[in-house]
Design a protein around this ligand. Structure first.
Ligand SMILES: C[S@@+](CC[C@H](N)C(=O)[O-])C[C@H]1O[C@@H](n2cnc3c(N)ncnc32)[C@H](O)[C@@H]1O
Length: 235
């Protein structure tokens, strides 16, 4: 936990004030250092399931692209199936440890698989055309502004100039209730974010900079997200 909060240099009001916690988060704080994902689950959605949830086929919007899948399926099925479609998907999940979970989980034999958390991404700047998290973050993040700040500033850092990030779902109650969410997202991304989804659930889109929200890629993601009201979760 402490390690993750060391990465983002600027100290910003509202982010570094520990008293300000998003309300009603599911996260349960424990004494374990890996309590980032204390409430997470072990699903492993397929490529078709990702496509249905996103509302678009990533191979259409980001042909041949490099994709970071934050909070990937534990067996990285989406990544494997994406290869057949010409995409390079890099799955990232903190759970890949036999110690932590048992033998039926991915063990990192594919060198694209990385055991890490969203708050601290082990990639250089400008690495990905699309960063996605489906029922990963911010859903399972601790409810601190710092965790949100680190996650979305890191995601933006690793995006390529025309890249787009899509995180779903945002919990409705967080969007509606928290006075902290928008200031934290604004600070983390330099206001290069939008909350999408007229229906349910809300989704978060980020871009490399505010002007890039006008890009073709962002338009395609926005259109699909607003159209797709698949009810993956009613939080
Ligand atoms: C519900 S599963 C979703 C898996 C996959 N995206 C799918 O749709 O099948 C959520 C995953 O997010 C991972 N996760 C939780 N907190 C995370 C964090 N801070 N950074 C990266 N992954 C995280 C968990 O380990 C868990 O495997």
């Amino acid at each position: 936990m402490e390690g993750a909060s060391e990465i983002s240099a600027p100290v910003i009001p509202g982010v570094d004030d520990d008293a300000k916690i998003f309300p009603e988060m599911r996260f349960v704080k424990t004494d374990e250092p890996e309590s980032y994902y204390a409430c997470s689950t072990r699903s492993d959605r397929t490529y078709d399931e990702y496509t249905a949830a996103l509302g678009f086929d990533p191979a259409d919007v980001f042909p041949g692209g490099r994709i970071l899948d934050i909070g990937s399926g534990v067996k990285a099925t989406f990544a494997a199936e994406a290869r057949e479609r010409g995409l390079q998907v890099f799955p990232l999940n903190p759970l890949w440890s036999k110690d932590h979970l048992g033998e039926d989980y991915a063990t990192g034999t594919d060198n694209r698989w990385v055991r890490a958390v969203s708050q601290r991404l082990p990639y250089i700047d400008d690495s990905f055309d699309f960063v996605v998290s489906l029922l990963g973050v911010p859903l399972y993040l601790p409810g601190t502004p710092r965790a949100y700040y680190d996650t979305f500033s890191e995601a933006q850092r690793v995006l390529r100039p025309n890249g787009v990030g899509l995180f779903m779902p945002l919990m409705k109650r967080v969007v509606n209730l928290s006075p902290h969410l928008k200031p934290v997202l604004g600070a983390a991304t330099g206001n290069a974010y939008e909350i999408l989804g007229n229906g349910n659930p809300p989704k978060l889109m980020i871009a490399k900079h505010a002007g890039a929200l006008a890009s073709e890629n962002a338009a395609a993601v926005r259109k699909a997200a607003d159209r797709n009201t698949a009810n993956y979760a009613t939080f």
